[in-house]
Write a protein that binds this ligand. Structure first.
Ligand code: ZN
Length: 147
């Protein structure tokens, strides 16, 4: 069923995951859904339960604009037949989203690493029937940035 270019289906996350279920259920709808502090609106890390800003607990998850910029990027050389489907090195990027969140993401499609500062849009890889957020350097993202 899955034709993900990067990982084997057996590595698919669960949409019932306690910490990240909201993220994957949002992704299934084609939305990037991330947590904010319920009291002060500070963007939170996906598995963060207590706000750094005000100490409140209980994040609220909301759709955010699926775009950002590359903060850092690296290339992973990992040959692991059975789990990693590609034999080629692949990029992983730390993306600073327009919402203020930071996510470490793989790419929607195989290719070389992005440059630091590149505008990216967030799309999805499909892994074992679960949509997983991933970055995409695109002309469309460039065009939106200049508006
Ligand atoms: Zn807060």
């Amino acid at each position: 069923m899955s034709t993900d270019w990067l990982l084997d289906d057996s590595l698919a996350p669960s949409i019932e995951d306690e910490a990240l279920g909201e993220l994957y259920r949002g992704a299934a709808r084609g939305e990037l859904v991330l947590p904010f502090c319920s009291a002060c609106e500070l963007p939170l890390e996906p598995e963060q339960l207590v706000c750094d800003g005000c100490g409140a607990t209980g994040p609220v998850w909301r759709p955010v604009p699926p775009r950002g910029r590359v903060h850092t990027a690296t290339v992973v050389h990992r040959l692991e037949p059975g789990l990693v489907r590609t034999a080629e090195p692949y990029p992983v990027a730390d993306v600073e989203l327009a919402s203020g969140h930071r996510l470490v993401l793989t790419a929607v499609t195989p290719g070389g690493p992005p440059s630091i500062g590149d505008p990216v849009s967030i799309g999805f890889r499909e892994l074992g029937g679960v949509a997983v957020p991933a970055f995409e350097v695109s002309v469309a993202a460039n065009a939106k940035e200049s508006r």
